[in-house]
Design a binder for this molecule. Sequence first.
Ligand SMILES: *Cc1c(COP(=O)(O)O)cnc(C)c1O
Length: 361
Amino acid sequence: MKTDGHKRLVIPGPVEVRPEILEAQTEWMIGHRSSAFADLFARLQGKLKQAFQTESRVFVSGSSGTGLWEGASRNCIRDDQKALHLVGGAFSERWAEVSNLNGKDVDVIEVEWGQAHTPEMVADTLKKGHYDAVCVVHNETSTGVTNPIQAIAEVVNQYEDTLLLVDTVSGFLGAELRVDDWGIDIALTSSQKAFALPPGIAFAAVSDRVLERAKAVTNRGYYFDFIEIEKSLLKNNTPSTPPIPLMFAADRQLDDILNEGLENRWQRHTEMRDLTHQWALSRELGLFAADGYRSPTVTAVANTKDFDINEMAKFMSGKGFSMDKGYGKIKGKTFRIAHMGDMQPSELEEVLAGLDDFLGV
Ligand SMILES: *Cc1c(COP(=O)(O)O)cnc(C)c1O
C-alpha cells in the first residue's frame, strides 16, 4: 500500500482505517449468489447482531447512511400519518428534509444547535397527537451532542403504534447503544464513522414491528424496500449486488471490535472525550455542546480564541493530520476533533500536541 503523503484522518468521517482492514478488502471476489457469499453473510449477521445488541436482524445496505434514512422514512410512515423529527443540527435537519422529500408529513421539535432533546419535550408532543415514527439522531456530528436515547425511548415506547427510528451513524460502536434493551425499532449507521471502515456500506438493526408497519405502507420504492431486503436476508443474501469487499472488511473489523468488547470500546471513547475536554478547557477554548450531553466520539470546540481555523488545518496538515474546519452554520466559530473508531488515546494526544504547537502553548 502507498503510504507516502497520507494524512491521518482526524475528521468526523471518513475516519482513519487500519491497514489490515483496508487489506481485507482485497480478497478475491466471489459471486453474491454463491454459497461462499451466504457463509460470509451469515457470519456477518451474527456479529452485527452482537454489535447492535439485538436478537432481530441487521440489514446490510450498499449505500451510505443517507440511503437508510430514506429507507427508514419510506418504510415506517404511512401516507395518512406523520413523523416527528427531533432537529438540532445539520444531520437531524437533513433527515427531516429527506422524509419530506419522500412525500412524508413531518413535524419537528427543534432545539438550538448545541442543545440536546429531552424526554420531556418528546412526551409533551406525543400527548398532542399520533405519530407513526419518532426520528432522532443519537450523536449529532455537526454539534458534538449525544441525545439521551434510552430516556427518549422510554417515552416513545409508551405509544404502541409509534416506532422509534435512530440515526446512530456517528455514535454506533463509540457511544453506548442497546437496541433491544432500550426498545429501538431502527438503529441505522454508516461504516465510515466510529465503525472505522471505509465508506460505501451501511447497516440497520430492524425490529419485527418495522416489518409489520412496512406492509401497511404503499410505495416503498424498490432499492430500500424492507420487505424485499428481509426476504433476501432470510436466505443470507441481498436483493441486489452488495459491496462485497466492504463486507470482507466488516467481517474482519467486527472480530476486532468484539474482541475489544463493546463496553471497553465505549469506555475508550469516553476517555478520549475527557482528554479532549481537558485539553480544550485548559487552553481556554470552549465546548460547544451542552454540558451533560457531550459526545464520546466527536467534540465541537468553540473557537473562543478566534484563531484562523483554515490556518490551523494547514499547520496540522504539515504535521500529517487532516483536520475538520467546522460544519454548516457554525463553521469558523467551531471546529471538531473526531475521537472515534480505532483511534487510541495516545494517538489523540499526538493530535492535541500538534494543536498546542499551532497555538504556541
Ligand atoms: C455522516 C452522518 C450522516 C450521513 O451519513 P452518510 O454515510 O454520509 O450518508 C448522517 N447522520 C449523521 C449523524 C452523520 O454523522
